[in-house]
Design a protein around this ligand. Structure first.
Ligand code: BDR
Ligand code: CA
Length: 321
């Protein structure tokens, strides 16, 4: 039986590839909904982008719910300097022909988890605002989550500031609440996701003839803006697809259980995640933290998945929208 998942996201090019990967793997992952949050760009645009990505995959039936327009306490910081003005620079996607659902993302998460008979896996690819609010409003829903897989934080240096990774920097209070929630968490910090750089060698398996492959390649081959040059200059780091790849192919990843602490006080270290990799603090681990990614194999499998998605959408013309 396919694993039931929800993707909470702020697309974002790497979010886009993550969503496409989930949609390509319907036999293994049952995507119940996409909830959007402000992050890479504002929430109106991340919502439009989520709709555009589902449409590209011929899956406009996947419900999209618009979430929080700003972090819990801090002013919103966005990342157009990396993602371009619409968040999906390089992809040139059509405008969506479907709208988001009327229900707010937080209300959807609460209702879904309250009523679901089976456990649900949550995939968090952006700032954790929606999830922190859902857990605060309805703590009982946490029992329905079998695992929360998060892209966020950094064991070493940050990418938004010297200390902080973007998603945790944007809403550190939400990250702190989620890390304290007691939900089983797998965390992908930057030290892991910077291993997943889309180098020219890793792009060879993608197929330019298909519609999905063409859009993905156009995004991945886009010249890297100066602000995105951390972690090497030979390609865009695909942070968020690691989350979905982990659900599909856990054998490609290694990590260990650690205590992760969040800095929420304003100052040079706000948004920093202190990951106790060596277990020095003696505090109880609150996350399984990934340290190693078999990125060559991961990209080979993602490329194959994009080819499958293209074959499927070509065979099912009615589903392509
Ligand atoms: C994270 O920040 C965003 O810009 C990316 O989409 C990813 O989720 C990496 O720090
Ligand atoms: Ca993201």
């Amino acid at each position: 039986m396919a694993r039931a998942i929800v993707i909470d996201t702020d697309p974002g090019q790497d979010d886009a590839l993550a969503i496409l990967l989930a949609l390509s793997s319907a036999a293994d992952l049952d995507l119940l909904g996409v909830t959007t949050v402000a992050g890479n760009v504002g929430v109106e645009q991340t919502t439009v982008n989520a709709l555009r990505i589902c449409q590209l995959a011929g899956r406009s039936d996947v419900p999209v719910y618009k979430g929080c327009p700003q972090p819990i306490l801090r002013p919103l910081h966005t990342a157009e300097f990396v993602c371009g003005p619409d968040g999906l620079a390089g992809m040139h996607l059509d405008a969506p022909r479907h709208a988001a659902r009327d229900q707010h993302a937080v209300a959807f998460l609460i209702e879904l988890l309250r009523t679901s008979l089976a456990p649900v896996t949550l995939c968090a690819l952006g700032p954790l605002t929606n999830l922190a609010l859902a857990f605060t409003q309805a703590p009982e829903i946490k029992a329905k989550i079998d695992r929360l897989v998060i892209m966020g934080g950094a064991r070493d240096l940050g990418n938004m500031t010297a200390a902080a990774e973007f998603n945790f920097f944007v809403d550190p209070h939400a990250a702190a609440a989620v890390l304290r929630s007691g939900v089983p968490i797998t965390l992908f910090p930057l030290n892991a996701t910077y291993q997943a750089v889309a180098t020219p060698a890793r792009l060879k398996g993608f197929d330019e003839d298909g519609k999905v492959g063409r859009h993905v390649l156009s995004m991945l081959r886009r010249e890297r803006p100066g602000g995105a040059s951390l972690g090497g200059n030979d390609g865009h780091p695909m942070h968020d697809p690691c989350v979905i790849a982990y659900l599909l192919w856990p054998q490609l990843f290694e990590g260990r259980d650690c205590h992760v602490d969040m800095e929420t006080a304003e100052g040079t270290t706000v948004g920093r995640s202190t990951i106790d990799w060596w277990g020095r603090s003696g505090q109880t681990p609150n996350a399984h933290v990934i340290g190693t990614v078999n990125a060559d194999e991961m990209f080979a499998r993602i490329a194959a998945s994009m080819r499958i998605l293209d074959e499927r959408t070509a065979k099912e013309p009615k589903a392509i929208s």
